[in-house]
Ligand binder design. Structure first.
Ligand code: 2X7
Ligand code: FE2
Length: 301
């Protein structure tokens, strides 16, 4: 790992959605339940991310997941190794994953320091028996199935749900800035994973079997059009326009980005006006999932 005397940097950011179906469909040894495949276009999109990860050689992956919800404050995992069985509460028949991950606890401490210094309520999560949520695991697995890079899971404080969209998103902007400063102080090459689906209205009845791709389709044309609009803005680097329409997008499509990961990542990247790469888009039980990448610091490779 780089020395703390050397200034660290964010080498890439990924929009890395976490439907458990994608891990289920891949049949990795860690997942106790097996499938006949499915959702290939999205899984191929993640193959491009895996190639980027090989090239970028990050020393840590930070992931912000909406399924680690914390009521008071933004939490940073600060246990050197976390392992156990993670079961998706909604799709236990698809996701029963035996995980084992090394955590960059020093980076957690620096993130905590930086977050509290800008007035955010933050906490270090030090419970060694903590059960890691499926959102964190799915995004991390899909980006790096070898699990050979330390990680830093970050919780989703539910301020956008119990205060207002504006307060919630403002907190994510500050959390992103704090995260960037912590990475610089830590002296590591970091990748950020925003673990978010876009439009989030989904089917109320699951196909049988779940991987029957003849049943997979967009939930509504309006949702699809919203997803395309958001993706196009990101592809063109029109970040100011994106920020202006995000509240309406969140409200009209129940977009999972409301929980803050996308805003956190864009803020940490300095709201890049460079075009994002779209690796792929696809639906999972009707929700809209875009796999995207920002290389804002390519010269650091
Ligand atoms: O958590 C999720 C999700 N965000 C999208 C689709 C399907 C399942 O779980
Ligand atoms: Fe989700």
């Amino acid at each position: 790992m780089s020395s703390a005397n050397h200034k660290g940097s964010i080498v890439a950011g990924f929009l890395a959605p976490h439907p458990p179906h994608l891990v289920y469909a891949e049949n990795p040894p860690q997942n106790r339940v097996k499938s006949e495949g499915g959702w290939e276009p999205l899984r191929w999109a993640y193959e491009h991310c895996r190639e980027s990860m090989e090239r970028l050689k990050p020393e840590v992956i930070l992931v912000h997941s909406p399924h680690w919800t914390t009521i008071v404050g933004h939490h940073f995992a600060a246990v050197p190794e976390l392992s156990g069985l993670s079961v998706d509460p909604i799709f236990p028949h698809l996701f029963q994953y035996e995980y084992s991950m090394k955590v960059d606890t020093e980076l957690a401490r620096l993130c905590y320091e930086e977050a509290t210094s800008v007035g955010l309520n933050a906490k270090l999560m030090t419970n060694p028996k903590f059960r890691v949520d499926y959102g964190t695991i799915v995004s991390l697995h899909l980006l790096n199935p070898k699990w050979d890079i330390p990680v830093l899971p970050i919780s989703a404080n539910n301020s956008p749900y119990c205060t207002s969209l504006e307060v919630g998103q403002d907190q994510m902007v500050r959390l992103g800035e704090a995260t960037r400063k912590a990475i610089e102080r830590r002296g590591v090459r970091a990748v950020l994973a925003a673990s978010n689906t876009l439009s989030h209205l989904h089917f109320s009845k699951e196909p049988d079997p779940p991987e029957d791709m003849s049943q997979e389709h967009v939930q509504s044309s309006a949702q699809y059009r919203w997803d395309m609009r958001v993706i196009e803005l990101l592809r063109q680097g029109k970040i100011d326009e994106l920020r202006a329409v995000l509240p309406q997008f969140m409200t009209e499509t129940f977009a999972e980005v409301k929980s803050g990961a996308l805003m956190w990542m864009l803020s940490a990247l300095g709201f890049p006006k460079t075009p994002a790469k779209l690796h792929g888009y696809g639906t999972v039980i009707g929700t809209g999932n875009a796999v995207m990448e920002w290389n804002v610091n390519e010269e650091a490779v």
